[in-house]
Design a protein around this ligand. Sequence first.
Ligand SMILES: Cc1cc2nc3c(=O)[nH]c(=O)nc-3n(C[C@H](O)[C@H](O)[C@H](O)COP(=O)(O)O)c2cc1C
Length: 149
Amino acid sequence: MKLRDDMLTHGVNIVTAYHEGRRAGLAVAWATQVGTERVLLCIGSHSATRQLILESKAFGLSVLRADQLEVSRTFGTRSSRDVDKFEGVAHHTAKTGSPLLDDCGAAFDCVVANVYDVDDWLKIIVGRIVAAEFVRENYEPLIYRSDDY
Ligand SMILES: Cc1cc2nc3c(=O)[nH]c(=O)nc-3n(C[C@H](O)[C@H](O)[C@H](O)COP(=O)(O)O)c2cc1C
């Protein structure tokens, strides 16, 4: 059988990267903590952001609040190849050079620690957190539901 994305419970994150004048970001539901210093992302080859993450060896992870469905749609339904998703979205540059959203539940600056091929399409990218820029008190996270997109 095949898992639909909402059969397991996932929060929604915006994963971002910058390299040589290009910036990109995508919505990521397939993400989790690995121990206390690392996070894991699963990203397909369709993603322009994945290419920038692999080139810059860094990424930003912005965890969305429950009231940020529109941000999730902006980053999750079009490619950074076709549109600058950061237009009108308040953000800043983290120490690694990755963009991070100003307005979200929590924001982490990460460097790539390991990359694993799952198959021809999917890679697992493990990042080491170099800075937890902020974590808002008691925020309600956005939970992924396929009907919302
Ligand atoms: C809520 C949500 C979660 C998503 N999670 C993932 C994910 O975990 N991995 C992935 O490869 N794509 C995921 N996607 C799809 C990408 O966000 C989407 O293809 C995006 O347009 C890629 O943008 P990019 O080409 O600018 O990187 C998700 C989309 C949505 C709406």
